[in-house]
Ligand binder design. Structure first.
Ligand SMILES: CCCCCCCCCCCCCCCCCC(=O)SCCNC(=O)CCNC(=O)[C@H](O)C(C)(C)COP(=O)(O)OP(=O)(O)OC[C@H]1O[C@@H](n2cnc3c(N)ncnc32)[C@H](O)[C@@H]1OP(=O)(O)O
Ligand SMILES: NC(=O)C1=CN([C@@H]2O[C@H](COP(=O)(O)OP(=O)(O)OC[C@H]3O[C@@H](n4cnc5c(N)ncnc54)[C@H](OP(=O)(O)O)[C@@H]3O)[C@@H](O)[C@H]2O)C=CC1
Length: 425
């Protein structure tokens, strides 16, 4: 058994964001390779009228957990749902649950966040900054805590071209931002948001950077680490290739290309597409948890989980690969034959958006109306174009992330663990 998997045996692990894309893969890997772990506490908010038990059952029902069910038949007993809502200042965790979390937790993986690029600053601060502060406060009352791993993003400092594995200060202190959210009304916050986020493209990257500052300022004696993944895509190898459960990041646009919806996108073909498979991110995150707990570094180490300077891929190459794949394995019920091109200026982009995106959607919706069916393509196309407008910044710029800490960690791994992690770089 791998040294890292053995480390998690007997441990009580708290995961926030467990029902999310990364959280699910993290739980799956832990249960499949460290089935001797004591418990995984998952903070879950009741959503869409489902109780947390129903949400956890639904989560475990998905294909991702098929292998785990073979090796860990008591997986339902291992997973302890805890009702929580990070939108509340006290995380809305019940007294008894809180007592159990504080007394039992050995490792915390804080994945929960709002990853929306257009979230209102108040909500993004609540989730990505204040909730992190609350979790750190909780962690400071955990006598058995061995490590707290905070998941940030490699784009937290996307306003810089070269990014080191350090926490960069933001112009305004997180505490001042959090305090101002207490008394400013929504309209004033909307007005000052562009000034506050400055040269960052959205509230997501800005509040993830603020969250890192809170980790640095308020972690006290906690044994902390920060993992910064870049653009997280579908699974590469584990538990099987190609698993993804949302349309975020590249996934939505790749599917839209395969469906023949997306025909052109403004991108810089020579810009580096720093994509990283979600199972690689999870493998690195688990290795960081092990290393932080066992080696107890003197300061909070930051680990870039990026591929750009180890195994660079350009957006142009990626686009060709996407089209070649859909040529070989076409998606069902495609709207048109998949074909997409990169535009490099706003005039041609505007032209192709009109000719290849909006006009065909309008015509097809007209046909649907004529045949008594509900029109839906114009709405879908508008959503797709809105998503693209949010993602364009990331596909027309390149960044350089140093990976010294990540490579140091690799050198500390056993040959088996190293193989597992290196196989995807
Ligand atoms: C040759 C060409 C090759 C093409 C490949 C090109 C690949 C380029 C990839 C670039 C990726 C760069 C990402 C970098 C991000 C950094 C990584 C992170 O840290 S951050 C982590 C990553 N974070 C992110 O990626 C966040 C980015 N996304 C956002 O911020 C928001 O989704 C939004 C603001 C863009 C749209 O908000 P809003 O309009 O409110 O839309 P909602 O979200 O609420 O969904 C409503 C409905 O729309 C549906 N739907 C959703 N997406 C798509 C889609 N792409 N399409 C179609 N449909 C889509 C959705 O299912 C839903 O349906 P229903 O349930 O109603 O039936
Ligand atoms: N995906 C990517 O490309 C990248 C992601 N990251 C980081 O990885 C982490 C996980 O991202 P990802 O899995 O993609 O995100 P998802 O949106 O898939 O998951 C977000 C998780 O946070 C939970 N959450 C959101 N709001 C609340 C709330 N109010 N109370 C309790 N839980 C809440 C969600 O729960 P619910 O199911 O109830 O909504 C969900 O479990 C984030 O910190 C993100 O910044 C970093 C780089 C890239």
């Amino acid at each position: 058994m791998s040294m890292i998997a053995a480390f998690y045996g007997g441990k009580s692990i708290l995961i926030t964001g467990a029902t999310g894309f990364m959280g699910k893969v993290l739980i799956e890997k832990l249960l499949r390779t460290s089935s001797e772990l004591r418990a995984i506490y998952v903070l879950v908010r009741p959503k869409a009228g489902q109780t947390l038990q129903q949400r956890v059952h639904q989560m475990l029902d998905c294909k991702l957990f098929d292998k785990v069910k073979e090796v860990c038949p008591d997986l339902h007993a291992k997973i302890r749902p805890i009702s929580a809502d990070l939108d509340h200042n006290d995380l809305a965790i019940g007294k008894e649950d809180m007592q159990e979390l504080l007394s039992c937790t050995n490792i915390v993986f804080h994945c929960a966040a709002t990853v929306r690029f257009d979230d209102h600053l108040r909500h993004a601060v609540q989730l990505n900054v204040k909730a992190t502060q609350q979790l750190l406060l909780m962690a400071s009352q955990m006598p058995k805590l061995e490590a707290f791993i905070h998941i940030s993003t490699a784009f937290a400092n996307c306003n810089l071209k070269h990014i080191d594995e350090v926490v960069y200060p933001c112009p305004v202190e997180p505490k001042q931002i959090m305090d101002s959210m207490e008394w400013l009304d929504d309209s004033i916050i909307e007005e000052i948001t562009p000034k506050l986020i400055g040269d960052r493209p959205n509230t997501y990257t800005y509040t993830k950077a603020l969250g890192e500052m809170v980790v640095q300022q308020e972690s006290g004696n906690l044994n902390m680490a920060i993992v910064r993944p870049s653009i997280v895509g579908a699974t590469w190898q584990e538990p099987f290739p190609g698993w993804v459960d949302n349309l975020n990041g590249p996934s939505g646009l790749i599917i839209a290309t395969g469906k023949g919806l997306l025909r052109s996108i403004r991108a810089t073909p020579m810009a580096v597409a720093d994509l990283i498979p979600v199972d690689t991110v999870v493998n690195l995150t688990l290795a960081v948890g092990w290393y932080t707990a066992v080696h107890r570094p003197k300061s909070t180490l930051i680990y870039h989980c990026t591929s750009g300077n180890l195994n660079p891929c350009k957006w142009g190459d990626m686009g060709l690969q996407v089209l070649a794949t859909f040529e070989k394995i076409p998606l069902e019920r495609a709207f048109r034959r998949p074909y997409a091109d990169f535009t490099t200026n706003s005039i041609t982009t505007h032209y192709w958006n009109t000719v290849s995106h909006r006009a065909p959607a309008l015509i097809y919706d007209f046909y649907l109306r004529l045949t008594g069916r509900k029109p839906r393509f114009t709405k879908l196309m508008n959503r797709l174009l809105k998503t693209i407008s949010m993602l364009e910044y990331f596909i027309n710029n390149s960044w350089e992330w140093s990976t010294g800490n990540m490579e140091m960690l690799m050198s500390e791994l056993s040959p088996e663990d190293k193989r597992e992690l290196r196989s995807t770089y």
